[in-house]
Design a protein around this ligand. Structure first.
Ligand SMILES: [Zn+2]
Ligand SMILES: [Zn+2]
Length: 276
């Protein structure tokens, strides 16, 4: 039995195609033998809201992509309800993926108050570089030393975990590895950043939260998931980060083996996180 897919985007996310409907993604999950899906749509902000931005008072927000738009919470929730009726054998969870929740605490809080969300993911996609919040890691890696950039990433990720209690699951904890410049500097090695991973994991574990294994990123090793276990991590969430139906539950068989090798086991029921 495969675990729940706790990280999926549908057409309600600003970066996801209109053809990636919740209905098609639910059908795909059932076909794959996935017992539950969480639609964790992007919640990112193009401007500072009242009460945001106290961590970096002079930080400029970088250019947001043209497709950027706030989440239509009412439309999203109506679609969730429709899917729950259409697919009674699938557990359909609501959720958000909050980008940089430690920088936008007030804005994220307002979104959380405007709806009902079962899964709240916290993500770091953008990092402060030269006074600007920059999110295009592909370009950043061409302009900066990649090791230095990863260290900045982990420092900001640590701050995100320490300073924000708004989310339960830490998504893709090493997001920039997706764009790591392998051709120029060789492959990404988790061991080069072991101390950074462990610091973040310790902070996350001490606040009783959950680490995600993200199958849309290069897959974490069993050794990395074991660092999570050793730092006191209690639970693991599986997330495909699918932005189209064909990727729902992608590589979950492999991810299950990795998480099992690190010492975690299925949780209380088939919808639950995996636990130690
Ligand atoms: Zn993300
Ligand atoms: Zn995502």
């Amino acid at each position: 039995m495969l675990p729940a897919d706790n990280h999926i985007h549908s057409r309600w996310s600003w970066d996801t195609a209109e053809t990636s409907t919740m209905e098609l993604e639910c059908a795909r999950a059932i076909h794959r033998g996935i017992p539950a899906v969480a639609f964790t749509e992007h919640v990112d902000f193009a401007v500072w809201g009242d009460g945001d931005g106290t961590r970096w008072p002079s930080l400029q927000l970088g250019d947001r992509p043209p497709s950027f738009a706030p989440l239509d919470i009412a439309g999203y929730q109506a679609n969730i309800e429709k899917c729950r009726e259409m697919f009674p054998d699938l557990r359909v969870l609501s959720g958000i993926e909050a980008g940089e929740p430690h920088l936008f605490p007030a804005s994220v809080t307002r979104v959380l108050g405007a709806g009902s969300f079962d899964r709240v993911l916290g993500s770091l996609h953008c990092i402060p570089v030269d006074g600007r919040l920059e999110g295009d890691t592909w370009t950043l890696f061409t302009r900066h030393d990649p090791y230095d950039l990863m260290e900045r990433y982990f420092a900001e990720l640590f701050a995100l975990v320490e300073e924000s209690q708004l989310f339960e699951v830490l998504a893709h904890c090493d997001y920039p590895r997706r764009s790591w410049p392998t051709a120029r500097v060789g492959g990404y090695r988790e061991a080069d950043f072991e101390d950074h991973y462990r610091s973040v994991f310790q902070a996350l574990a001490s606040s009783q939260r959950v680490l995600e294994i993200n199958t849309g990123s290069p897959l974490a090793s069993a050794a990395l998931m074991r660092w999570w276990w050793e730092e006191g991590g209690q639970a693991v969430s599986f997330g495909s980060d699918a932005h189209r139906p064909s990727l729902v539950g992608d590589q979950f068989e492999l991810a299950v083996h990795i998480v099992e090798a690190a010492g975690f086991r299925p949780g209380r029921n088939r919808f639950d996180f995996w636990r130690r």
